[in-house]
Ligand binder design. Structure first.
Ligand SMILES: C[S@@+](CC[C@H](N)C(=O)[O-])C[C@H]1O[C@@H](n2cnc3c(N)ncnc32)[C@H](O)[C@@H]1O
Length: 248
């Protein structure tokens, strides 16, 4: 089972709450509208339909506004007020009246929901969860998922590829000297983070796909893993109850 102590989990949660308290974008590789549009199209392909969608950790609504024309009702959830402000601006500019926003975290959101959903998604979010938190997220989400529904977790950091990416091995101009410098830099960052009790990586935890699958299995789901098209060190987990989907 998971080993993180309750004190550590709440310390980490406070760190991420503060970290996102004044952020106004989701940190996509490019903030270019064309790039975000392509990312959203990839995600819509994997979301694969449904009429209602919960976007957990919707951030500034960068993807949510592209999901909006494809769904009847959408709910965006985030614990960061500044992110939700940005999301609200985008929704108003584009005149969508099918999206509601809720300020909540992974513990408090469930009591604030008024319906269940065909799709529950989170893009670039579960890296800020410990495995314990991911377990309760999937357990709670399964109670708010309609028959034939899916939980689609996008852009999970892959522990097998992320360290290589950080060392610069995927970059066009990688050479031994640059790689050694990056390793030295990462080592210093990690050391100073552990001395000051901060998370070792500002992008959060890299969760092994087998650990994600084990949790999903526990709640009777089947999981398919897909490589992210736009981030070579991330993957998506598409979690569903296949036999149920066939009945609908
Ligand atoms: C990297 S951003 C991604 C935003 C958005 N999904 C996107 O792709 O543009 C992560 C978002 O998750 C939110 N977040 C992280 N942990 C959360 C939690 N436990 N509860 C609610 N929101 C959370 C942050 O505030 C932030 O807006």
């Amino acid at each position: 089972m998971f080993v993180e102590s309750e004190k550590n989990v709440s310390k980490l949660k406070n760190f991420w709450v503060e970290f996102f308290a004044d952020r106004r974008d989701g940190g996509h590789r490019s903030s270019d509208e064309e790039f975000i549009f392509m990312e959203a199209k990839e995600k819509l392909f994997h979301l694969d339909g449904g009429k209602t969608l919960l976007d957990f950790g919707c951030g500034a609504g960068e993807l949510l506004v592209y999901y909006a024309p494809e769904y009847e009702q959408l709910v965006g959830v985030d614990f960061s007020e500044s992110m939700l402000d940005e999301a609200s601006k985008k929704i108003k500019e584009r005149k969508y009246d099918n999206i509601s926003l809720i300020q909540a975290d992974d513990k408090t959101v469930w009591d604030k929901l008024e319906c269940s959903f065909d799709r529950i998604t989170a893009a670039g979010v579960i890296q800020f969860f410990t495995l314990q938190e991911l377990d309760s997220f999937i357990s709670n989400a399964s109670n708010y998922l309609n028959k034939g529904g899916k939980i689609v977790l996008f852009d999970i950091l892959d522990p097998r590829l992320y360290p290589l990416w950080k060392m610069g091995l995927f970059s066009q101009d990688a050479d031994l000297w640059k790689i050694l410098r990056k390793i030295g830099f990462e080592f210093k960052v990690m050391l100073s983070a552990s001395l000051s009790n901060r998370p070792r990586d500002i992008l959060g935890f890299a969760h092994n796909p087998y650990a994600v699958k084990k949790i999903a299995d526990r709640y009777g789901f089947e999981t398919i893993f897909v490589k992210s098209m736009y981030y070579e060190y991330k993957y998506h987990a598409i979690i569903s109850r296949t036999s149920e989907a066939q009945k609908v």
